[in-house]
Design a protein around this ligand. Structure first.
Ligand code: ATP
Ligand code: MG
Length: 262
């Protein structure tokens, strides 16, 4: 079976800096795949290329939704990439702090709603119906994420870990095939990280594929079906958690950090 995501020879230059250097990476449907590597390795740049924020210098970004034809994502604008089924969270939280938890999730959903500007202004019956459906769907996602009780709170009033979960809820509201998480555990305490581990497992069990950038090795080793390791824009290793833990190249790249403790 074709992988749901197939990245081939992806290269991204910023002036003289080659941030991604012929990167190859695959995600199979339903897998949790981790992308790890030291600071500055190019992980976020990879997400930015994949989601249309940057146009890659060369290479292919290929998406094959189950049972459908392969499509090339190169050059699509971010909103088009979202419609193709990729949703992401950001390394730094990007919520609307003065909107409610529910509204933050509804914004994710609007990328798929059909009501156009005129409908929104005149609020015809179709628009009102659609809005009701968006509220219902957003509440059901908040239920799953464990934030339904807080739906009327301003986003800025949530504890840090809950804000990170809310970002995941907003991404889920776009009904993605693949969820891209950029360091979701950053800044979380051990309890919040444990809850995140459970949440990501639940999302995968719902049938999504997940691509996870993360520095927390314990989380990476516990969740991942497959791990890619990058350094200086290049893939230096790939394999299952056991293989990665024992790979000399990886140990060298992480010199000074305790990958063994995970
Ligand atoms: N817009 C840009 N212009 C110029 N250089 C950039 C740009 N974006 C990223 N880079 C460079 O590309 C390299 C990779 O950065 P990137 O943010 O992708 O690393 P990362 O693996 O996500 O690191 P971290 O773990 O610290 O988040 C760095 O050298 C960075 O300075
Ligand atoms: Mg990064």
């Amino acid at each position: 079976m074709d992988p749901i995501l197939n990245i081939a020879g992806l290269t991204m230059d910023f002036g003289g800096i080659r941030a991604l250097d012929h990167l190859d990476l695959r995600v199979q449907q339903g897998e949790i795949v981790a992308l790890i590597g030291p600071n500055g390795a190019g992980k976020t740049t990879f997400f930015n290329c994949l989601t249309g924020i940057y146009t890659p210098t060369s290479g292919d970004l290929l998406l094959t939704p189950p049972g459908q034809n392969t499509r090339r994502l190169n050059g699509l604008k971010p909103n088009k990439v979202t419609r193709q089924g990729l949703a992401r969270t950001f390394q730094n939280i990007r919520l609307f702090p003065n909107m409610t938890v529910l509204e933050n999730v509804m914004i994710g959903r609007h990328c798929r709603s059909r009501a156009k500007v005129l409908g929104a202004i005149f609020r015809n019956r179709k628009t009102v119906q659609e809005e009701k459906e968006i509220v219902a769907l957003s509440l059901s996602i908040l239920e799953k994420i464990g934030l339904a009780d807080m739906h009327a709170e301003f986003a800025k009033n949530l504890p840090y870990g809950a804000q990170r979960r809310l970002e995941i809820a907003r991404a889920l509201a776009t009904e993605p095939l693949i969820l891209l998480l950029d360091e979701p555990a950053a800044g979380m305490n051990p309890q919040e990280t444990l809850e995140l581990d459970e949440l990501i497992t639940v999302i995968r069990d719902d049938g999504l594929s997940i691509l996870l950038i993360e520095h927390d090795m314990k989380l990476v080793m516990s969740l991942s079906d497959h791990i890619f390791v990058m350094d200086y824009g290049k893939k230096i290793a790939e394999g299952n958690p056991e293989e990665i833990r024992n790979n000399p190249e990886v140990i060298k790249a992480y010199l000074g950090e305790d990958i063994d403790d995970a």
